[in-house]
Design a protein around this ligand. Structure first.
Ligand SMILES: [Zn+2]
Length: 72
């Protein structure tokens, strides 16, 4: 899976209640993934201006949670 696919898969699982939702720390809005023109991935909040650039550690963490949810 590509990095953005990993995030999308995680969000799909969270909508089924299998993993915790990705929530905005400011207003608990839903976070969505996007990529900048120079290929940096970030999460942004649907309801406020919050943005957070994400790194490899974040993907590893999501991948583990996805595997846990799919095997459990
Ligand atoms: Zn927000």
């Amino acid at each position: 899976m590509s990095r953005i696919q990993t995030v999308s898969r995680y969000i799909a699982l969270s909508e089924e209640g299998l993993v915790p939702r990705l929530e905005c720390p400011m207003d608990q809005g839903l976070l969505m993934p996007n990529t900048t023109m120079d290929d940096k991935d970030y999460l942004y909040c649907l309801s406020c201006a919050y943005q957070n650039f994400i790194g490899i550690k974040f993907y590893e963490d999501l991948s583990k949670k996805i595997k846990g949810a799919e095997n459990g």
